[in-house]
Design a protein around this ligand. Structure first.
Ligand SMILES: [Zn+2]
Length: 328
C-alpha cells in the first residue's frame, strides 16, 4: 500500500503562514530572523555567509551525550510538541512541522512519528520522497553526531533553497561540468551509471560527493555505495555525515558531506579561543551560524577554514574514496 498524504511545498508554505498568525513564538522568531546580521566571506572561488543568530544558542549549545538525552523530554515526540504547533502527516512515518527557531525564511522540521534513533538508511526512501515532493525546498539530514540536536529522534529539515551557498554551487557544478566555471573544484571527476552520475566535490573545504539521478533506484544505489565506502567510527551506528537533497531538471541532486568530527576543538576551549559552533548541515552548507556576538565579530576566513578542515575530509581523502566506488 502506498501512502497518499504527501505534503507539497505550497502546503508547507501555507502551514508556515498560518502558524505565524496562530503561534506567537513562531511569529516572534521569524520576525527576528528578518533583522539578523549576516556577513559574507569570499573563500577563493566560493563564499561562506556568517549569520549572527542569538536564538540558536539552544541548538548550538545542546547537550547531545547519552545521559543528557535520557534526562530531557524529547522535543520531537508528538506528545511533547507545543499545542500551538500544527502537524502535516507526510507518508507513513513523518510529520512536517514549522521550526519555531528558524535560521531560514522557511524552515521546517520533519520528525518521524515514533521515537526512533536518527539513522539515514531506514528513512532513505522517505528522504527521496520528501526531496521531490517538497521541491523547491532543500531537504537536509544531520547525522546523529554531525549536528543533529535530537540524535535520539529521527528527523529531517526542509528549508528555503538558495540561502545556503552550497545550493547554488552544486547546481553550477552539475549543470556546467566539466567547465572551469567552478573555481572551487578545479578537477571534478564524474562517474556515470544507469543514466545518473556521481561527482567528486573537492577544493570546497566541505568536500564530498554529489549524486545526480533521474530515477529513485539509481539515487539509492549511488547513496548506498558512498555510505558503504565511508568509515564508521567506533561506537557509532553509521558514518558521520550531512546530506543535502534538491530536485530539479527531473533529477535528484544529493550532496553527501562526510564528517570526521562533530565540533572543532575551539568549542571546548576556554577564554578567547572559545567558539560556540556545533557545525550541522546549515554551517556545512555555507551558512555558518554564530549564536554569540563576540564570535560573529571575530570570525575570519582563516578561522572558518580551520573549523571546516577539522570537521570535514580533505581533497585527498575524498578522491581516494571516489576512485574506489564500485560504479567507477
Ligand atoms: Zn522523541
Amino acid at each position: 500500500m502506498k501512502p497518499n498524504n504527501w505534503v507539497s511545498s505550497s502546503q508547507a508554505t501555507e502551514l508556515l503562514a498560518k502558524q505565524l498568525v496562530t503561534w506567537p513564538l513562531a511569529k516572534k522568531n521569524y520576525k527576528a530572523l528578518e533583522a539578523v546580521q549576516v556577513k559574507s566571506f569570499d573563500m577563493g572561488g566560493f563564499s561562506i555567509r556568517v549569520q549572527f543568530n542569538p536564538a540558536r544558542i539552544i541548538s548550538s549549545g545542546a547537550k547531545v551525550d547519552a545521559q543528557s538525552l535520557k534526562e530531557r523530554k524529547c522535543f520531537l515526540c508528538p506528545e511533547n510538541l507545543p499545542v500551538e504547533q500544527e502537524r502535516l502527516p507526510f507518508g507513513f512515518h513523518h510529520l512536517v512541522l514549522c521550526n519555531p527557531y528558524p535560521i531560514f525564511p522557511q524552515h521546517f522540521t520533519i520528525p518521524t512519528r515514533t521515537h526512533t534513533p536518527q539513522l539515514i538508511l531506514p528513512q532513505l526512501d522517505d528522504f527521496l520522497e520528501l526531496i521531490r515532493r517538497l521541491a523547491p525546498l532543500t531537504v537536509f539530514y544531520n547525522g546523529p553526531r554531525s549536528g543533529a540536536s535530537a540524535p535520539d529522534h529521527a528527523h529531517f529539515q526542509a528549508v528555503t533553497r538558495g540561502v545556503m551557498p552550497l545550493d547554488g554551487d552544486i547546481q553550477k557544478l552539475v549543470t556546467t561540468f566539466p567547465s572551469k566555471q567552478n573555481p572551487f573544484c578545479q578537477s571534478p571527476k564524474k562517474l556515470t551509471a544507469e543514466g545518473g552520475h556521481i561527482y567528486s566535490l573537492t577544493g570546497y573545504l566541505r568536500n564530498g560527493f554529489v549524486i545526480q539521478a533521474p530515477r529513485q533506484e539509481t539515487a539509492i544505489r549511488f547513496f548506498k555505495e558512498i555510505y558503504a565506502a565511508l568509515p564508521i567510527p567506533s561506537g557509532e551506528s553509521e558514518p558521520m555525515m550531512n546530506i543535502f537533497g534538491s530536485y530539479y531538471d527531473s533529477n535528484w541532486v544529493i550532496t553527501v558531506i562526510p564528517r570526521k568530527r562533530h565540533r572543532p576543538w575551539q568549542y571546548e576551549a576556554e577564554g578567547e579561543d572559545h567558539l560556540l559552533s556545533s557545525p550541522g548541515a546549515a554551517d556545512i552548507g555555507g551558512l555558518f551560524i554564530t549564536p554569540l556576538e563576540k564570535d560573529f565579530k571575530r570570525i575570519t576566513p582563516e578561522l572558518l577554514r580551520d573549523v571546516y578542515q577539522q570537521v570535514c575530509l580533505s581533497d585527498r581523502e575524498v578522491e581516494e574514496i571516489f576512485v574506489h566506488l564500485p560504479s567507477n
